[in-house]
Design a protein around this ligand. Structure first.
Ligand code: GLU
Length: 258
């Protein structure tokens, strides 16, 4: 009998929202659970990666998460990191799988329809990496070449603005995109200078183009919540303070960005 009741009641509870956290503002849920779940990258050094020595999530974005957690929860010990990539990060926010995403994510008008953004904490530039001996010097030189991008990033739209007919191939992760590039599946790879610098550092024989495709303002992505922006307000306060008191400058130095 118990089993039958469970079979009937549990699905109803599930459909009607038995989870006590459901429909609660994300901010209240964070406080109640005493835990912050953050979507971060693991393939975008120095912003989000796994530290080989500690085996832990590390990087500029992880430091931002720690400052936010300290402000909201009084500690950075209760952060749960969920690995996201450029293609999954928005859905991880809209589905409620994470409380926020801090993952080299630029503010764009299209994304603002889907999620809320904090004030920006870092401005990257987007460009291309090519082989040192390549004849590509400007974005227009990509007209008759194959360019590699990572799906779900701003790169495709940015390149199409300048070269509408560009031949583009997309990969799900940076690991896949960079290894395809090394194998010669494309003559250029486009993404932010922050991510390309690490590639150039690790792989000899490549250079970045001097010109830039775009400015990429990185911000924290959060669920759009009607009539409730407590979380966005709190995150904005932390980031604004970090920008003013030199913490962001310190992090830029720590991660060798400037
Ligand atoms: N910042 C860019 C974006 O949000 C590209 C880098 C990335 O996050 O993959 O699409």
């Amino acid at each position: 009998m118990k089993k039958i009741l469970c079979l009937i009641i549990l699905p109803i509870l599930f459909l009607t929202g038995c989870n006590k956290n459901e429909n609660k503002p994300v901010f209240d849920k964070i406080i109640e659970n005493d835990s912050l779940t953050v979507g971060v990258k693991t393939d975008a050094k120095p912003f989000g990666f796994i530290n080989e020595t500690t085996g832990e999530n590390d990087g500029f974005d992880i430091d931002i998460a720690k400052y936010i957690a300290r402000d909201i929860l009084g500690t950075d010990k209760n952060i749960k990191y969920v690995s996201v990539n450029s293609n999954t990060r928005i859905e991880s926010v809209t589905s409620g799988n994470v409380d926020m995403v801090i993952a080299t994510m630029s503010i764009t008008p299209q994304r603002q329809y889907l999620i809320d953004f904090s004030v920006p904490y870092y401005i990257a530039s987007q460009t291309a990496v090519v082989k040192k001996d390549s004849d590509i010097y400007t974005f227009s030189d990509l007209r008759n070449k194959t360019t590699i991008i990572v799906m779900g990033t701003t790169a495709e739209k940015n390149l199409r603005r300048i070269v509408p007919t560009a031949k583009i191939i997309g990969y799900k992760t940076y690991d896949e995109a960079f290894s395809a590039f090394i194998q010669g599946k494309g003559e250029a790879l486009i993404t932010d200078d922050t991510i390309l610098s690490d590639f150039i550092y690790k792989n000899k024989g490549y250079r970045m183009l001097k010109s830039k495709l775009s400015q990429e303002p990185y911000a924290v992505g959060m669920m759009k919540e009607e009539d409730n922006d407590k979380l966005k307000q709190s995150v904005d306060i932390v980031i604004t303070r970090m920008l003013k008191d030199g913490t962001i400058k310190y992090l830029e130095k720590k991660w060798k960005l400037k």
